[in-house]
Write a protein that binds this ligand. Sequence first.
Ligand code: C2E
Ligand code: CA
Ligand code: CA
Length: 281
Amino acid sequence: SKESGGNRVEVYSSEDTVQMNRKITIESSLRPALVQRQFHLSYQPVYQLDNGRLRGYEALIRWQHPELGNVSPEEFIPIAEFNGLIVPLGEWVLREVCRRLSDMLRYEGLDHLRISINISSQQLISPSFVSTVINVVDEYELKAESLELEISERRMALHDIQQVAEALSELHAAGVRIVLDDFGKGYSSYTSLKYLPIHSVKIDKSFVKDIDLGGADRYIVESMIQLARRLGLEAIAKGVEFEEQMLLLKEWGCHYVQGYLLGKPMDPTQLDASVFRRTVE
Ligand code: C2E
Ligand code: CA
Ligand code: CA
C-alpha cells in the first residue's frame, strides 16, 4: 500500500519494495534463463466434444527459476513483452513445439493432431515472424495445418490490428491455423472477428466458469457458439472443470473442450501415454 497526498512524502511499504525487487530480478534473469534452458513446455489436451477424440494440445510455457522457483507465465510474459525478449522466447517455443510435433506425427494414425502456441502481438508485428514460422514448419517437414497460433487481444495493442491482420493473412495463406483466444474478453472481439482471418474462437474461461449455475453466462456462451458456427468457425471452450459444463457445451454445439476436467497441462514425459489414450469417457 502507498500513501500520498497533501504535504506528505510518498511512502512505499516493504511489500511494494519486495514486489519491485521481484520484477527486477525476473527481468534481469529472463535472458540468461533462455541460454541456460530453464524454460520448458507443458501440454494440455483438447478434445472433440461429439466423439471424445483427442484433437491436440495447447503448449504452455513454464519457468523454473533457480531462486524464485516456479514463476507463472502470467507474471513473466508481460515482462518479456515489455523488454522485447518475447521475440526470441517465442521463437524457442515455436521450435520446441515443431520438434515435438514431428516426433509425435511419426506414429501411425496421429497425423490429425494439432498443437497450439500462444503468440504475443510483439511477435506478430516483428518483421521476420511470418518467415520464421513458415521456415521452421518447413524445416521439421510438418503440414502447416498441424500448427495453431493463439492470438489474444489481451496480448495485442489496439493500434496493431492492421499490422496483425497482414501477418495473419500471410500465415493463413500458408495453411497455418489461427485461433482467436480469450474470445469475449477483449474490448473489440467483434472487430477481431470481422477483420482477422481466423479458423477458431476460444471462449474465455471467465464465461465458461459459471454456465452450470444458470444466469447470464449461459446465454452469452450459447450465443458465442452460435455466432462461431454461423461464421463457419470452430468453437473451443476452455476452463471446463465440471461435467455439467461439458454437457451444456455439447448441447449448444461447441466443437472442442479443454480444461482440468479433461486433463491438466502435462510434462512431455506424460505426453506419450496421453496420445495413445486418444479418447475420453
Ligand atoms: P491462456 O492462453 O488463457 O491459457 C490457459 C490458462 O488456463 C493456462 O494457464 C492453463 O494452465 C489454465 N487452465 C487450463 N485449464 C484450466 C481449468 O480448467 N481451470 C482453470 N482455472 N485454469 C485452467 P497458464 O499455463 O498459467 O498460462 C497463463 C497464460 O500465460 C496463458 O493463458 C497465456 O496467455 C500465457 N502464456 C502461456 N504460455 C505462453 C507462451 O508460450 N507465450 C505467450 N506469449 N504467452 C503464454
Ligand atoms: Ca491460449
Ligand atoms: Ca486466460
